[in-house]
Design a protein around this ligand. Structure first.
Ligand SMILES: C[S@@+](CC[C@H](N)C(=O)[O-])C[C@H]1O[C@@H](n2cnc3c(N)ncnc32)[C@H](O)[C@@H]1O
Length: 329
């Protein structure tokens, strides 16, 4: 019998280091409204895995069964005819199948698809996986790792955020929706902007420092991205955005005080109803004072450096939270 477990259309698989556990869970709450467990998540929400640094695969379920021969029968019955296909085995948590067994199963599936396979440049990738006593057959979409080229951006900055956090800030601010226009409020050398651009988001940046603005424009141009960078204090911007990201200045290379933080957050709140903020200190009181509600939160440690933690605050204006709830119902 074919069935869709939990009535979901997609299985997402995740990969991350231990110190990004909380961050990945925060991201999945923003995109899917639930947390990944054991690096697996079932959902009806369709997103491109490439928007996240943690989602490795999206598996679109075509058929599932408790019984493997039954699953093969279902696949056969679908009379799939396609040239240049490939079949992969997606190994999920709890699946103990060894390589020879996995290889056999790939052959089983391959024989039930009509057409010539293409292993190097497939037109479509089918996959099989086993999770919590059920077998699944579906179409696999993998994360495109082209974003890693941003590691070699021409201009860096000691205050820059790491690429993994930059990428997840974009997916959290946008909740995965690429039609959301975004603002990177303290853009520095544009680390966050690069991650937005490669995933097809509309993003603009602003920074008070002329030199870092120049560097962010250089970085964007290097990868042929055409986003605008305003050399300005955020308080002078007057455009509206779907969401904003603020990587707050801290007293290392960019001077900061509570009143600077307050000004940046308050000015940004005039431009959008949803803001994802990165800080190194507890700014909960400042956020609330600026009329925002803390919708979600996590801390991120640097690998091996437990003393340096970043705090990630997902904030919304009260009415935005209500509007989002209405839209979801
Ligand atoms: C932590 S750094 C951001 C780093 C950036 N995310 C990157 O990866 O390069 C903070 C930035 O905030 C900028 N900044 C400080 N006050 C600002 C303001 N009022 N408006 C806009 N940018 C501001 C600083 O010039 C600095 O580049």
């Amino acid at each position: 019998m074919t069935q869709l477990t939990h009535n979901n259309n997609y299985i997402y698989s995740f990969k991350y280091d231990y110190h990004h556990n909380e961050l990945c869970k925060l991201e999945s709450r923003q995109i899917f409204d639930k947390e990944e467990r054991n690096k697996v998540l079932f959902s009806n929400v369709k997103v491109d895995p490439s928007i996240s640094p943690f989602i490795k695969n999206r598996f679109e379920i075509i058929a599932s069964s408790e019984n493997y021969p039954e699953l093969l029968k279902t696949i056969q019955g679908k009379n799939i005819r396609v040239e240049g296909f490939k079949v992969e085995y997606l190994k999920l948590d709890g699946d103990a199948a060894e390589r020879p067994e996995r290889r056999e199963k790939l052959k089983d599936i391959g024989y039930r698809i009509d057409g010539f396979p293409n292993f190097n440049n497939p037109s479509i990738t089918y996959a099989i996986c086993h999770y919590q006593n059920l077998w699944y057959f579906g179409v696999l979409t993998k994360q495109n790792t082209a974003w890693l080229k941003h590691n070699k951006k021409p201009c860096s900055f000691s205050n820059s955020i790491c690429m993994i956090i930059a990428k997840t800030l974009v997916s959290m601010a946008s909740t995965g929706k690429t039609d959301n226009n975004l603002l990177d409020v303290c853009c520095g050398v544009g680390t966050i902007m690069l991650e937005a651009c490669i995933s097809g988001f509309n993003i603009e940046g602003c920074d008070i420092n002329a030199k870092t603005c120049q560097h962010s424009r250089q970085n964007l141009a290097h990868f042929n991205y055409t986003s605008t960078v305003y050399c300005s204090d955020v308080k002078y911007l007057d455009k509206k955005y779907g969401a904003a990201i603020i990587d707050l200045p801290y007293n290392l290379f960019s001077y900061s005080t509570d009143s600077i933080t307050e000004n940046i957050i308050e000015s940004t709140a005039k431009l959008t109803g949803r803001i994802v903020i990165v800080s190194i200190s507890d700014i909960g009181t400042i956020i609330k004072k600026s009329g925002l509600k803390i919708h979600d939160f996590c801390t991120v440690q640097k690998r091996g450096k437990s003393k340096f933690t970043r705090k990630i605050w997902v904030c919304e204006k009260e009415h935005s939270a209500i509007e989002m709830k209405i839209n979801q119902n």
